[in-house]
Design a protein around this ligand. Structure first.
Ligand SMILES: NC(=O)c1ccc[n+]([C@@H]2O[C@H](COP(=O)([O-])OP(=O)(O)OC[C@H]3O[C@@H](n4cnc5c(N)ncnc54)[C@H](O)[C@@H]3O)[C@@H](O)[C@H]2O)c1
Length: 351
């Protein structure tokens, strides 16, 4: 069966990152087909897709039927569980979904003709980083939690499949939104830093802040690190820059590129103080003065990606800085879609 050169399967396209990539795929002239079980995603987030089919990536017959119906030339695999803390408490949940079901998804695509797969991997595959050097792709991979291990196992399996070419994109931290098309991050629970800073500062409704456990406020842990301003440095990229990297990775594979792994990061990263300052100015909250606590044990001073390989091979680099991540997140978190989604998820969780 000849593939349709425009069709790209997007697993997990009803989630945060997958929905933004679906939107950008459409803008780039592809025909994205979203498959998502909606276990944590949202139906509204699939609106840019050419088609949406609800189902599980671990359901071989379902994926076979999707391949027969749409004849995709490529797939992007976002579907996964993403909470590191939960993965420590419930490792099987993560190994089943992120490793075993990913394997079924990849093997079924291979059985249906192979093709090209872009995989959402993570910095968690590297494990504990104790030095401050930017992390390159050739660092040893030694995950320290089931989330990281399950993603690494899926990545390794994918690389070993004979008739599939793949790109694994290892992202560090992702933030921001595309509020102009009513897309953004609507996780429940929400453990990511930027939404947890932004929601209290935009005076989000009390029921939302309570549901997300945001009463304690943001605190800085450690101001005596050997960094440019004493606070820890982490790597954030805007979700629309991440989407751009996915389109480039896809084109790279379609143009004959070989199987590869790329880190995606900002290069210099952002210190906690820089993020606080950006939140103050962008959200006009000069009164934002988070409390200061001692360093937490085990928190490295600097954790940033070396993305030179993605720059050289894919021509990719981030275009949007921390101000835009915060401003776009704030606009999205003020939206009705976001508020309704969180209230609904909180109600379901409390039943
Ligand atoms: N968000 C980040 O900062 C970050 C950082 C590094 C890597 N990642 C990776 O990026 C990917 C997407 O992350 P996200 O933040 O968009 O997550 P998300 O939870 O918003 O989206 C995941 C989507 O996958 C779906 N899904 C989960 N299991 C499924 C299954 N078995 N079958 C079908 N659908 C299923 C969910 O319903 C949801 O729509 C994940 O693979 C994650 O490991 C995310």
């Amino acid at each position: 069966m000849r593939p349709d050169s425009r069709v790209v399967l997007v697993s997990g396209g009803a989630g945060y990152i997958g929905s933004h990539v679906t939107h950008v795929l459409k803008l780039a002239g592809f025909s994205p087909v979203v498959v998502d079980s909606l276990v944590s995603g949202n139906l509204w987030a699939t609106r840019s897709a050419n088609a949406f089919r609800q189902g599980d990536v671990g359901d071989r017959d379902f994926i076979r039927a999707i391949c027969d119906e749409f004849r995709p030339v490529a797939a992007m695999h976002f579907a996964a569980f993403i909470e590191v803390g939960e993965s420590v408490k419930r490792p099987e949940k993560y190994f089943t979904n992120n490793r075993d079901k990913a394997k079924v998804f990849f093997d079924t695509l291979a059985e249906k003709g192979g093709g090209n797969i872009v995989f959402s991997s993570t910095a968690a595959v590297y494990g504990e980083i104790t030095d401050s050097a930017p992390v390159r792709e050739d660092r040893p991979t030694r995950p320290i939690n089931p989330y990281g291990q399950s993603k690494l196992d899926a990545e390794s399996h994918l690389r070993g499949i004979g008739n599939v070419k793949s790109v694994a994109l290892r992202y560090f931290n992702v933030a921001g939104a595309e509020p102009s098309v009513d897309l953004g991050e609507a996780h429940f629970p929400e453990t990511h830093l930027i939404p947890r800073i932004v929601l209290p500062l935009i005076d989000a409704p009390k029921d939302i802040r309570t549901a997300l456990g945001l009463a304690a406020g943001f605190r800085i842990f450690g101001t005596d690190y050997p960094t440019r301003d004493g606070t820890a440095v982490r790597d954030y990229i805007h979700v629309m820059d991440l989407a751009d990297a996915h389109i480039r990775a896809l084109r790279y594979l379609l143009d004959g590129g070989k199987t590869e792994v790329f880190n995606l990061g900002s290069g210099a990263g952002y210190s906690v103080k820089e993020i606080v300052e950006a939140a103050r100015t962008t959200l006009q909250r000069g009164d934002f003065n988070p409390g200061i606590e001692p360093r937490r044990e085990g928190d490295p001073a600097i954790l940033i990606a070396d993305s030179m390989k993605a720059k050289v091979t894919l021509g990719w680099g981030p275009q949007r800085g921390i101000d835009r991540m915060i401003a776009s997140a704030a606009a999205w978190h003020r939206s009705q879609t976001y508020a309704e989604t969180i209230v609904k998820k909180a109600n379901t969780a409390s039943q």
